[in-house]
Ligand binder design. Structure first.
Ligand code: URA
Length: 284
């Protein structure tokens, strides 16, 4: 490699570009210079003579390839309906998890390593709904296990709560978007059908919406998190249940903007107060 042509800052920028586009793993020890490879040889049919042999006169035209089914359009309105219907038929969280794991209607599943369903105590009084799994969550198959998850744990530990005892944690998406890009509205709509049923089945006393994407999707609003956070809202579920919901900053945002932790602390105090009003005892 000509070191002058690839100064370290260019290489770093190129690596960042790869990561931003979802290429966050190397699969070979050595880079392959595909320009230096010989042109690909014509495909060799097993049992056929080598391509440089004199071809026999074909006796009949080659068999046409089998008709290929048109690809099913992903995240279509029909897929959202299918997801809703599947979710509605699930009577328990275990059935819902099975349905999500078997669901093939979200393109994100194709690039993700794992389905990330939930963590914590199903049926806990507080349910946290984040945005989407990141790289660590995708690798381990659990929500909020990376650095932002560690901050989330510390935030709720300050209220004497833990995911082992008092919290149930999920995301609006079950699969990591490549390069952690913002999920499209179509991707959100499909997964949301399951997430809404997830809340119905988990029956928490209140829901915390972590970050703007989760808050907007769950509250069906275009209002941003700056306006939404700190104010009680209502999540209206398909079975008619209405649940108090607190939109708050995403822990990843707090890691980037520590000055916002003050507002986040006020949100946590409001959550603590509401739990008290709802008769939820937190035993620390
Ligand atoms: N961010 C989220 O919103 N959810 C996770 O599970 C991890 C990071």
């Amino acid at each position: 490699m000509d070191a002058a042509a690839f100064p370290p800052e260019n290489v770093a920028a190129l690596l960042r570009w790869y990561v931003d586009h979802g290429l966050d793993e190397t699969i070979g020890e050595e880079a392959v210079d595909r320009f230096a490879l010989p042109p690909p040889a014509a495909a060799q049919v097993p049992g056929a003579p080598p391509s440089n042999a004199i071809a026999p006169t074909p006796v009949r035209p080659p068999t046409p390839p089998p008709a290929v089914r048109a690809p099913v359009p992903l995240e279509s309105p029909q897929l959202v309906e299918d997801a809703r219907e599947l979710a509605r038929r699930c009577a328990t969280i275990a059935e819902l998890e099975e349905a999500v794991r078997a669901f093939e209607g979200c393109a994100l599943k194709r690039t993700a390593k794992n389905t990330v369903f939930a963590d914590g105590v199903a049926g806990a009084p507080l349910m946290i709904v984040g945005e989407a799994p990141g790289a660590d969550e995708d690798r381990l198959g659990k929500p909020f296990v990376g650095v932002s998850g560690q901050l989330l744990d510390r935030m709720f530990a300050a209220l004497g709560m833990s995911r082992e005892r008092d919290l149930y944690i999920t995301n609006i998406l079950f699969w990591r978007p490549p390069g952690n890009r913002t999920p499209t509205l179509a991707e959100q709509a499909v997964c949301l059908a399951f997430t809404r049923r997830h809340i119905e089945l988990a029956r928490p006393k209140l829901v915390v919406l972590a970050g703007g994407t989760s808050a907007k999707a769950m509250l069906d609003t275009t209002e941003g998190i700056m306006r939404l956070r700190g104010k009680w809202a209502t999540v209206k579920l398909d079975d008619g249940t209405e649940m108090p919901a607190m939109p708050t900053f995403h822990p990843a945002y707090l890691l980037r903007t520590p000055a916002s932790k003050r507002q986040s602390w006020l949100d946590l105090l409001a959550i603590d107060k509401k739990l008290g009003e709802l008769g939820v005892k937190v035993s620390s």
